[in-house]
Design a protein around this ligand. Sequence first.
Ligand code: PEP
Length: 251
Amino acid sequence: MRRPLVAGNWKMNGTRASVAELIEALRQQELPAAVEVAVFPSCLHLMQVVSGLEGKAIAVGAQDCAAENGFGALTGEESAAQLADAGCGWVLVGHSERRLLLGESDETVSRKFKAALESGMTPVLCLGETLEQRQSGQTLEVVGRQLAYVVADAGIAAFEKAVVAYEPVWAIGSGLTATPEQAQEVHAAIRAQLARESQSVAAQVRLLYGGSVKADNAAELFGMADIDGGLIGGASLKANDFGAICRAAGN
Ligand code: PEP
């Protein structure tokens, strides 16, 4: 039985004051014990969120980490070791905004994935196709290739301690959500690809859907056989909406 997971990606949002308000509002939310919940604030606010959510069953993660691990001369980067030391248990790797806008390659994503694991954090490996790729029938090929690189590089056993998020690029922040059937098709393909390497890893790995998940479409998406929760962007900035999505994952 896979425990549902709902993760909130706050992206490049928030000030100390608005983050304090969001922490307070999240603390008021009733969250189902059966659902694991994590939020991913900007790096600047990590420590504030870690201490602000103390005692509340919401874990904290980072939105990215350096491909190099440890400590040293790498101006402007934060390593997985530093993030773990700051209280992060999770890190997003390969978000499409980083792959497409910042030019992150599969190789870089995989190095970050391994660095997160090395520091004892759970990486959330993000995969997804662009609208053009979907329209030309390349969805499963693109997602399969992104996944295959990390499986080959990090090894299938690494996925015992990782989460995979399928996020169609065309659905992120656009208000367009994949239908539950479209999302399920890709999730099933991801699980089948992992199962070719290890049935047991594939059976236990959690696969999240991300892309304009809202309080009113979450239940339907989370009801699909291979969707184990969500990676939530915009709606995670509103505590009531995020709380409602977490509760939908518990039903
Ligand atoms: C995301 O960026 O991970 C995301 C899913 O964003 P949104 O929910 O706003 O589409």
